[in-house]
Design a protein around this ligand. Sequence first.
Ligand SMILES: *Cc1c(COP(=O)(O)O)cnc(C)c1O
Length: 359
Amino acid sequence: MGSVFDRKDWGVGDAEWDDWHWQLRESWRTAQRVMDALGLRADSEVCRRYPMQATPYYLSLAQSLGVMDPILRQCVASEEELHGGMPDPFGEEAYSPVPRLVHRYPDRALFMTTSRCATHCRHCMRKRNWQCFDGKPSEDVLVAAVDYVSKHREIREILISGGDPLTLDDDDIAHVLKAFATVDHLEMLRIGSRVPVVMPQRLTDSLCEILGGCGKTVWLAAHFNHPAELSEESRLAVERLLRHGVPVVNQSVLLKGVNDDAETLRLLFTGLLKMKVKPYYLFHGDPIEGTMHFRTGVERGLELMAALRNRVSGMAMPAFSFDLPESGGKIRLEPGCELEKAGDGFAFTSFEGRRIIYR
Ligand SMILES: *Cc1c(COP(=O)(O)O)cnc(C)c1O
């Protein structure tokens, strides 16, 4: 199938195309190109509130010029984003002891390295941070986070998240990893990044060497949502990570109009395994401001998981999961499980034993 945004349209050679700095620089101008093609205005309410950004590489994966193309639906602004939802429904801010650090579960904490990304996902779970884009953490912020982790011996693992931590330069990434690697009781670091999907050029040998050689075990959690994203470039990027000893898992989000049918999910999960990526989570959409139109309902998610169960390898099956409100933490549901109806939602028991209603 041909692409609607062919890489030839950019008029650059392989040297630029394969240079992640070029991809990242071009990601803002590229958004304008898509807006022009689809008749969207940069000064529309939705684009002002939630600006568009997409790498040329990611756009080149689109196969049709329409807002329902699975690639474009994930990166093109829609009026639907102006309705409903909450900025921080699971209360991450309430569990932040020092800036940028979230310590919600006993043995692991999350560090938001930057709020910048290479492509703005329209379904972003941290859309609240789009108003104030911060780059790399200041030395004070990093020191305070490492200090907190040093004093909490129960923390085994740090999730290096964002935004996308891998949009930072090699030196800055190395600096953050090394800072956490000095904490003896930490066993591993987990990097959450969409770079393998939207800018695989970023995963150079030198970056993979930094990740694999920082002194702690490093895992990478990627974010593939559709089989059209499983390109040769991505496959090679995963190979480079594996070659440097960094295992890769994937967290997908169930997105209405993108991947909410069993055959698409089957191709996604089995395709991931084929490129040596283990499907880890399939998340139901959180009730986040600006993303409500992507939600399918929990029952639909369970139905899709049930359609795949035992029909594909158990290795291909992620855990179907979502975050409870009231800082209840994650829930995972087995296909075929009984849901307890409660008013217009469902009742769940959190890992701490609280009964919480999910809508
Ligand atoms: C999801 C999440 C984690 C990691 O949970 P896992 O189940 O280990 O993937 C850690 N901290 C926060 C705040 C999270 O939301």
